[in-house]
Structures are given as C-alpha cells and as structure tokens.
Design a protein around this ligand. Structure first.
Ligand SMILES: [Zn+2]
Length: 315
C-alpha cells in the first residue's frame, strides 16, 4: 500500500521531468539545425570571396582598386578555416613582393599589440571590429587569470576572443621578465617560449610560431650575449620566426600624452611595409586607435594580421 502511494506521488514529478527533457531535446535539435545552416552559408560566402580574389589577383597594376576591395573583404573571412587562411596569406605575400618591387601604390601596416591580454584588450578588439580590420597580439601568460588593469575580472578567456576575432595570436614568452632572468640562458628562454606556446594552444587551439622578443631582438642580443646564437638555432629548429617593429607611438614603459603619442606615431610612419608596436594596456593608444587606423588607410595602407611567411617575420 505504502509503495503504491509513493509511486502515485512520484508519477507527476516523473511526468514533468520527462516533459522538460523532451523540450530540451527539441531545443538542442533546433539549435543544431540553425548552427549548421549558418556555418554552411559562411563557407559559401568564404569561397565566393576567395574565388573573386583569385580571379582579380592576376595582378595588373590597373586592377589595384579591385585588389584593394578584395583584400578588404579578406577581413570577413572566418578565421577557423585554416586552409583558406593559408591561401589568403599567400596572396598577402605576393602583395608584399609587389610593394617591395615598387609595383603598386598600396602599402601594408601590421598593427601589433604587446604584453596582453588585459581587461582593456576588449576595447581594442571592439575598435578593430568596428573598422573591420585584423591585427596581431603578442601575448604573455603570467598573471593573466586576473586582469592586471581590473582585478575583478579574469583575462583567461581573452586569448580565445582574439582568435575568434580573426586576429593573429603570437608568442611574447610566458613571463616577459626581461630583467629578472628571462635572458639568463638559452634553455630558460626557450622554456618560456614553449610554456606560452602551450598556454595559447590550450586556450585557443592555435599553435603559434611567431615570436616577439620582450624588449625587442636588440635587447635579447645584448642580454643573452653568447647564448643568442643558441636561442636563434632553437627557434629555427622549432620552426619559429620573430618580429621586431618599424613604427610606434611610444606607449611602452612610460605614459606619453595624447599629443606626444600621436606625433610619435605619425613621425614613425615612413616605410611601405610597417610593423607598428602598440600595447593593449595603454589608454592613450586605445583613445587614438580609430584616428591611427584612419590615418593609415587614408595613406593607402592595407591593414593585415601577421603571418609566418611575411617578409617581416625573421626566420
Ligand atoms: Zn613586451
């Protein structure tokens, strides 16, 4: 009797739980259906863009404006489709060659942001998205579980946001401790590179092989002295390339005024292929970033993310 009573009491609950499960199942099915649809449309758009690009990339100088439009379209390409990205980078390599041979009026600017992620990295990502351009982020890993510039937040997910935004995520060593042992010996340095490579892979699924030495390659050379050859050899063995910079606003190390940062920036832009150093912690850089992007685009710079094959990546 007591058993029957219990069963009667349980059955409405059982019915409600079953109904809930059924509803959740229906929601999952509908969601998957729409996701699949969305992804296949994206692929289609991507292939169209690529085909247009290929057709128009029989680089004739009088077709430059079309080329520019197509390169602008590249920025809509889904970052996760690595095969297409490889083709895009091949085209960017060709453009670099044309620029080097003075066969085009167009120029390239690689915007790079060092030392992040920070809480303020989101602002940088928003601006880049608004202007529909891709950049490169040289990230570190130490103390990023809590954002340095806003301790109420974690920066752990920002690595993935960078990759999802279609930007190049690159290695700036795990600790960046230039004057606290980073360059003491080659083994220690390479371990710091590997540690950051693994962190990036873990958080984003991307294996990077682009490095910027903390402080730049000249700092590395002067602090490592005899070990620099070993470091360069180890990097080559791991198929790494490294990048310095050719322009900057001076936002690292000290805090320039807006006016000073702007004049530093504009005075440093004078090459046909620029690698521009910014830091995503700098509020000055963030406040002048829209104007800096417009400044470059008005001067025929095409803004692209760095890639291993670029002539600016030392191998
Ligand atoms: Zn740095």
């Amino acid at each position: 009797m007591e058993k029957d009573k219990n069963r009667n009491r349980r059955s409405p609950i059982f019915l409600i739980v079953s109904m809930l499960c059924f509803i959740i199942l229906i929601i999952i099915i509908i969601y998957n259906f729409y996701s699949l649809n969305k992804s296949s449309t994206k692929n289609k758009e991507l292939n169209n863009t690529l085909n247009t690009l290929k057709e128009n990339y029989n680089i004739e100088i009088n077709k430059e404006s079309e080329l520019k439009n197509n390169i602008d379209e590249l920025n809509n390409i889904d970052n996760n489709i690595s095969k297409t990205k490889e083709e895009v980078f091949k085209l960017a390599s060709k453009l670099e060659n044309k620029i080097t041979n003075n066969e085009t009026k167009y120029k390239i600017a690689y915007l790079t942001f060092d030392d992040g992620p920070y809480y303020s990295t989101d602002k940088v990502l928003d601006i880049l998205k608004k202007y529909n351009i891709k950049a490169t982020f040289f990230t570190i890993g130490l103390d990023k579980d809590i954002c340095f510039d806003n301790k109420n937040y974690s920066c752990a997910d920002t690595y993935k946001k960078i990759v999802d935004g279609g930007h190049t995520i690159a290695n700036h060593t795990y600790s960046h401790l230039i004057f606290r042992g980073l360059y003491n010996n080659s083994e220690l340095f390479i371990n710091q590179v590997i540690k950051q490579e693994e962190l990036i892979k873990d958080r984003t699924g991307v294996t990077t092989n682009i490095l910027r030495f903390p402080g730049g390659s000249n700092t590395a050379k002067s602090l490592c002295r005899n070990d620099i050859d070993k470091i360069m050899k180890s990097l080559q063995d791991r198929h790494y390339g490294w990048v310095d910079w050719t322009a900057q606003d001076g936002d690292g190390g000290y805090l320039p005024s807006y006016e000073k940062a702007w004049s530093n920036f504009t005075n440093s832009i004078n090459e046909n292929i620029e690698v521009i150093l910014f830091h995503d912690y700098s509020n000055i850089t963030i406040s002048m970033l829209p104007k800096a992007i417009e400044y470059l685009e008005e001067r025929d710079y095409i803004l692209l993310p760095l890639f291993y094959e670029s002539i600016k990546v030392n191998k």
